[in-house]
Design a protein around this ligand. Structure first.
Ligand code: SF4
Ligand code: MSK
Length: 642
């Protein structure tokens, strides 16, 4: 690679494995990545970026041009158009998470009814807890009765027509009351999505404040509804994760093994896929094909799910999906739903890699579709594994280029297990965490989550921000592609705490053997952060509401509609949340003002937008300090050296 090309690759990513693969792409005219397509797309449409283009009805498309066309044909203003576009993004994100949750309920139902022998309830404690929260009494100790009732109530939450969702009752009382008073308590999960689509239809809701409030309500239905149901029932079905060791980055791919990658979001198939890959017959077949074994690795949140529960290695995050195929040693990539680039099929065409889609909801032109249903899960998984195994011999050795980087990490933390650890007791307790914050050893805690986006140097936002936060004694919890970025950067190894964390955080990490950045799972597992925050309030000493806590949230490389919904449910739960790029609403000063200021008076949380991750981290730290002051906590114990 020439120096110029190398510099160009280094501008795109801070991850050495990705830089190496971008170099490979630079050298081959047939290979194109999301970064190339992003460059080709420049300049991107200003009207779209500012959120002031509307094509909701066929009098349009309309776009707002100051002093020329200040409203659409119908009279809709920039405020209305921007707010409508934004809340439709929330509806998209909430729908994706919640539909995932609904599918998990169906899997549970089939498991109980015996229609699906490949699944069973693995965590009865979690099932019991959920049943209690749903107000279900156990009858004669019959576990299946309980599971059935939990499935019924969960399913009912999606189409609930009367009253409001149940799981928001897990929030502190003050927060619950506030949601009711403000009229943003979510009713049925689906209902809030549908209501957004109705209100944003031509000629319905044109008041940007009213629209954005509905956005808050719909997002709450995602975080405290659909996503929380997904997380809880995945734990019930597949087991609640516990801390474990794993490895992450493209170097987890093995030259001499069959490499099978699972990519997407839903763990139902990947759970049985990992089981199928251990089948002795298939391992024998792999050996007959000349491989040393079968290596399963993940991309994106399917990866996070199976890492959390089984320690299966992660090959990379969102922007590494094409790069993984470019290594030339991926024999098969199986995809389900969400965050799968349509371009994968073109990249795969340049290599021997078999690409297989599995969800009836997500088919890709030119990609083989092997339909997965819960009833035939193991057989489908075995068929797909076999396909990958028999593709091993088709590798073209001259195309194989595999980065060495593979970092170790500890993952598998949950809102329960984190503080089993921190407590060092037999009972999960948040006392040590709250005390560490109260006595100033920890400044506070932050949730750093979300995607990658070629508009931002890959992984730079996540890792720079996490490093700055831990240096300032802020414990970081991470999910999604942010967690993968931090894992690759070594931030999920306890010994890293001693080098990078502030003295107070180091003391805590040393005492309990946890990393300074905790992997809390996938995108739907952001609901674990909501539970964690509620538990901190319940433990006492840090105020009566989530908005009193010295905490903050961030998504420093966001791209998906799901990230918009997550941001909104964090803010609606009372958390100050920083994003790098503003939402595409900058064409409306009023909408920006609402999101970054006015909304705080309603829900106690608000957004900030800051491109520089270190400056963004300091916005979060300032917020944490403000909350400490409001709670009259002692100053933090240790000063940070620059
Ligand atoms: Fe234009 Fe109004 Fe139709 Fe939107 S709803 S396309 S602003 S006329
Ligand atoms: S996978 S939604 S790119 S975090 Fe959950 Fe990553 Fe964002 Fe997809």
């Amino acid at each position: 690679m020439t120096d110029d090309k190398e510099k160009n690759a280094e501008k795109k990513s801070v991850d050495p494995a990705s830089v190496e693969m971008l170099g490979v792409a630079e050298e081959d005219d047939d290979l194109e990545s999301a970064w190339d397509r992003y460059e080709n797309m420049q300049p991107q449409c200003r009207f779209g970026e500012e959120g002031i283009c509307c094509r909701i009805c066929s009098m349009g498309p309309c776009r707002i041009v100051p002093e020329k066309s200040e409203t659409g044909v119908c009279g809709a203003t920039a405020d209305t158009i921007a707010a409508r576009n934004l809340v439709r993004m929330i509806a998209g994100g909430a729908a994706a998470h919640s539909d995932h949750g609904r599918d998990v309920v169906h899997t549970l139902t089939e498991a109980i009814e015996g229609e699906n022998p490949d699944y069973e309830v693995k965590d009865y404690d979690k099932l019991n807890k959920l049943a209690r929260d749903f107000g279900i009494e156990e009858e004669n100790g019959k576990k299946n009765y309980l599971a059935q009732k939990v499935a019924e109530v969960s399913l009912g939450e999606f189409g609930r027509q009367k009253e409001t969702l149940i799981l928001p009752e897990r929030a502190p009382d003050e927060r619950y009351e506030l949601w009711k008073e403000e009229g943003i308590m979510p009713r049925g999960i689906d209902r809030e999505v549908v209501e957004i689509m109705h209100r944003t239809h031509m000629g319905v809701d044109t008041d940007y404040r009213n629209l954005l409030k509905q956005g808050l309500r719909c997002a709450l239905g995602d975080g405290w509804g659909g996503s929380m149901i997904a997380t809880e029932l995945q734990d019930v079905l597949f087991g609640t994760p516990e801390p474990l060791r794993a490895r992450v980055n493209l170097g987890v791919l093995e030259e001499n093994s069959v490499n099978l990658i699972v990519h997407g979001h839903e763990p139902a198939l990947s759970e049985v896929f990992t089981q199928a890959a251990r089948d002795p017959e298939l391992i024998n077949l792999a050996e007959e094909e000349g491989a040393e074994g079968i290596n399963v690795a993940g991309i994106c949140c399917t990866a996070n799910e199976i890492l959390m529960r089984h320690g299966i290695p992660i090959a990379g995050n969102f922007l590494q999906q094409e790069l993984a195929i470019m290594t030339g040693i991926v024999d098969l990539m199986m995809v389900d739903v969400q965050c799968i680039m349509p371009a994968l099929s073109e990249v795969a065409d340049n290599f021997h890699t078999d690409l297989v889609s599995t969800s009836p909801k997500a088919k890709f032109p030119g990609v083989e579709h092997v339909e997965f249903t819960e009833e035939n899960a193991l057989q489908v998984a075995k068929d797909i594994v076999k396909k990958g195994v028999t593709n091993f011999s088709n590798r073209e050795s001259e195309k194989s280029k595999v980065p060495e980087e593979a970092e170790g990490l500890i993952g598998g933390f949950t809102s329960e297990s984190v503080f089993d650890f921190l407590g060092g007791t037999y009972r999960a307790t948040y006392r040590p965490l709250n005390d560490a914050i109260i006595d100033g050893r920890l400044r506070g805690a932050a949730g750093v989550v979300g995607c990658n986006n070629p508009d931002t140097c890959h992984d730079y936002g996540h890792t720079k921000m996490a490093r700055e936060l831990i240096k300032n004694d802020v414990l970081v919890v991470a999910t999604g592609c942010s967690a993968i970025a931090d894992g690759k950067d070594g931030l999920m190894k306890p010994d890293v705490a001693f080098e990078l964390a502030g003295e107070g955080l180091e003391e805590v990490c040393r005492a309990v053997g946890i990393p300074p950045v905790l992997h809390l799972g996938s995108c739907v597992d952001n609901s674990r952060i909501l539970t964690l925050l509620s538990n901190m309030v319940a433990e006492g000493g840090l105020g009566d509401d989530i908005s009193d806590l010295p905490v903050a949230g961030a998504a420093p490389e966001w791209m998906s509609e799901k990230a918009v919904s997550i941001g909104f449910y964090f803010v609606a739960s009372g958390v100050f949340t920083v994003l790098n790029q503003p939402f595409p609403v900058t064409g409306s000063k009023n909408v920006i003002q609402y999101l970054t200021d006015e909304v705080e008076d309603i829900v106690g949380g608000k957004f900030a937008f800051e491109q520089d991750p270190v400056k963004a981290a300091h916005l979060m730290i300032d917020q944490i300090e403000e909350k400490r002051e409001d709670l009259s906590l002692k100053p933090v114990m240790y000063q940070v050296e620059d």
